[in-house]
Design a protein around this ligand. Structure first.
Ligand code: NOJ
Length: 668
């Protein structure tokens, strides 16, 4: 990964130049374009901040600080020093929704000291970007604060009005695999972030965090029915939120302030607030498309455990490798290849071995077969949440994978608790996931993590963290009791969970019959399945159906062609919960791809292709719903047609109920 620093010498300029103003009780910093202003103030002795944009209040004065175990709260301070700096740089992503990321902000660091008692120190660093803000706490090394326990983070976000939000509840034990729901701020439960709010003027606010390191994940709840959101950190089983030692920093609290959905999706505040890559040579990190012995288990055609329908047999995996090789897919995931699945694997995760294959899975033979075919085997480490067992095997497991040429590993933590007592989003979970990512990086292994803590942009620092679940993905459409995810689900995700990072959603279903669980099914048309490869971003994308369901299906050509790494992304149109139109430019060609999806309503949309190169000709290969398509009654017809187009073309799209359109815009 290269870092192109445009303007590094602008760092550490004086306050005036970086738009930072200091008065005894009030200090401000504004965004480079001057529109967003963060104010730090001491109100009745308590540390607070507020945020405005273009003269309007976005966050009313809101509390900052901490409650510690066995010590007075850290909240009553006086300002000792305020310093400002600015940065304007462009860095390049190893992979992503775009290549170049501009990191341009003004920073204000407020150094505080308690007025009384032990005069403990706390710094708060604010950064103002053109599209939002971030702030974090620093606990400097000091005489009267060494080892300490955070019982509560007092940070609040006092939203001035009762805007509608999209959220999922915290503490439901389902690793964020819940449908998003709309409600006003004051009616929220304790919810996870990202939390997205829409203003009556059609603008958007998203609250989340960046660089969650050795800390607990942030949740939010409205303070006694008001529109003030207060931080709630996921606790350890002891009740303590965070065990810390000075010097110590918190994650960044982030607030995207976007004028439209395109700006929301293209905000890079979260990535910019993570550390640059610790992996110098990223040439071994490659986005990929994969098939897998997976959907068959969710449909109960195959089993993870040994027995008559065991899925990951040498013979079966070879057939999948052949399929992948023929259809330009880079990898094959094999779940249920290793000892530990027999019996109740969720209860007995400690029995998993990550170096012992089942007798009918010949790792040596398969790795040679895959290498000859030019296909990667994607390893699988389901832990059943038994992290102690997994950590005790981690080095051996990745060494074993490497020995057999495995460069990608999907990890999993199916269990309500890690090691039967700690939450996935606790500091315990955060520490564990980091250890896995760092160890994998040492072995040059890329990770697809299921049942994660909510992502916070760590892929900037560890680009081998490719994608994660942490979303109600397509597997629910195989067995959920509620009939499957409704068509609107995927029109909400890009603007909520998607803002936290890539999602391993695993679409690509072509056959919607479900003999084992007929009560549930994929609630889309085939054309929408295709469009999702553009709308939902991930550098690892699965063609998730059984290979036999792709045979003689011309629509599969779209999945073969769609890239997984992009130069640029634009949300052309959309409304959260209703529809989305996204276009992305391939990183390795001049081709663009368009994905349009709708909820349960049919929709006619017009999309101008002004993003194409002016004066250039393109062939549009269109995969769309038929006139009578409907997700429920007629999901299968896909009309495939070609049109000559240019930057002046305006395309008319007709989306069926639960439908979509996918287009390859091939440069001539
Ligand atoms: C849940 C994961 O999300 C799914 O993809 C996987 O197949 C099962 N766990 C088994 O590991």
């Amino acid at each position: 990964m290269k870092h192109i620093v445009i303007n590094f010498n602008l760092m550490l300029l004086v306050c005036l130049l970086c738009a930072c103003n200091s008065k005894p009780e009030e200090n401000t910093v504004s965004s480079p374009d001057g529109k967003i202003v963060i104010t730090f103030l001491v109100k009745e002795g308590k540390a607070c901040y507020s945020v405005g944009k273009e003269g309007e209040t976005v966050i009313n004065p809101s509390r900052l600080g901490f409650a510690l175990n066995g010590e007075p709260d850290m909240a009553v301070f006086e300002v000792k020093k305020v310093s400002c700096s600015t940065l304007d740089e462009v860095w390049q992503q190893a992979w992503g929704e775009e290549i170049d990321v501009r990191n341009h902000y003004n920073e204000m660091k407020v150094e505080l000291q308690e007025k009384v008692g032990e005069k403990r120190l706390l710094n708060i660093v604010f950064r103002a970007f053109d599209d939002g803000i971030g702030f974090r706490y620093e606990f400097p090394e000091q005489a009267h604060l060494k080892d300490f326990e955070i019982m509560d983070e007092l940070t609040e976000f006092a939203i001035p009005q009762n805007y509608p939000t999209w959220s999922i509840p915290a503490y439901k034990g389902e690793y964020y695999e819940i449908l998003y729901r709309q409600s006003s701020i004051n009616q929220l439960d304790t919810v996870c972030t990202p939390l997205t709010l829409e203003t009556p003027g059609g603008k958007y606010l998203t609250l989340h965090e960046a660089n969650l390191t050795d800390y607990a994940a942030m949740n939010l709840y409205p303070v006694s029915g008001t529109t003030t959101l207060k931080t709630d950190l996921t606790p350890w089983s002891t009740g303590v939120k965070v065990y810390a030692q000075t010097p110590f920093v918190s994650p960044w609290r982030t607030l995207i302030l976007a004028d439209d959905l395109n700006q929301l999706v293209n905000s890079r505040i979260m990535l910019n607030l993570n550390e640059p890559s610790k992996i110098e040579d990223t040439s071994w990190i490659r986005p990929a498309k994969y098939a897998g012995i997976w959907w068959g288990m969710h449909l109960k055609k195959y089993s993870w455990e040994q027995g008559p329908i065991h899925g990951a047999t040498t013979k079966n995996v070879k057939a999948y490798i052949d399929f992948a090789a023929t259809h330009h897919l880079n990898g094959v995931l094999a779940e249920g290849w290793n000892e530990g699945w027999d019996g109740d694997w969720v209860a007995n995760g400690h029995l998993f071995s990550f170096t012992e294959a089942y007798p009918d899975f010949d790792m040596d033979e398969l790795s040679k077969y895959a290498a000859v075919k030019g296909v990667e085997i994607i390893g699988h480490h389901e832990t059943g949440g038994a992290t102690i067992n997994y950590e005790s095997q981690l080095e051996a497991a990745f060494a074993y994978d490497k020995k057999y040429g495995i460069n990608y590993v999907k990890t999993g933590y199916v269990n309500n608790f890690l090691d039967k007592k700690e939450r996935h989003s606790s500091q315990y979970g955060v520490r564990h996931y980091r250890k896995v990512i760092e160890t994998a990086a040492k072995y040059h292994i890329m990770i697809d993590n299921h049942e994660p803590v909510m992502p916070t942009g760590l892929q900037r620092t560890y680009p081998n963290l490719m994608t994660q679940e942490g979303v109600r993905g397509q597997e629910y459409d195989a067995w959920s009791k509620d009939g499957g995810s409704p068509p609107e689900h995927t029109t909400i995700l890009p603007f909520t969970r998607g803002l936290a990072g890539p999602m391993d959603f695993t679409f690509g279903t072509f056959d919607f019959t479900n003999s084992v669980n007929p009560q549930t099914r994929v609630q889309t048309t085939i054309a929408k399945q295709l469009a999702l490869y553009v709308v939902i971003y991930s550098p690892l994308q699965m063609a998730s159906d059984l290979p036999e369901n792709y045979l003689n299906k011309p629509a599969f050509a779209f999945i073969e062609a769609v890239p997984v790494d992009w130069e640029k992304t634009i949300v052309k149109d959309g409304k959260i919960g209703d529809f989305v139109v996204t276009v992305r430019k391939d990183k390795h060609s001049n081709n663009w791809f368009l994905g349009a999806i709708t909820d349960e309503n049919a929709r006619n949309l017009q999309v101008d292709l002004s993003f194409l190169d002016k004066g250039a000709g393109y062939t549009a290969k269109i995969f769309r719903d038929a006139a009578d398509s409907h997700w429920q009654t007629n999901p299968y017809p896909v009309v495939i047609e070609e049109k000559e187009v240019s930057a002046d073309t305006v395309l008319d799209l007709s989306l069926a109920p639960g439908g979509g359109t996918a287009i390859i815009l091939e440069a001539k």
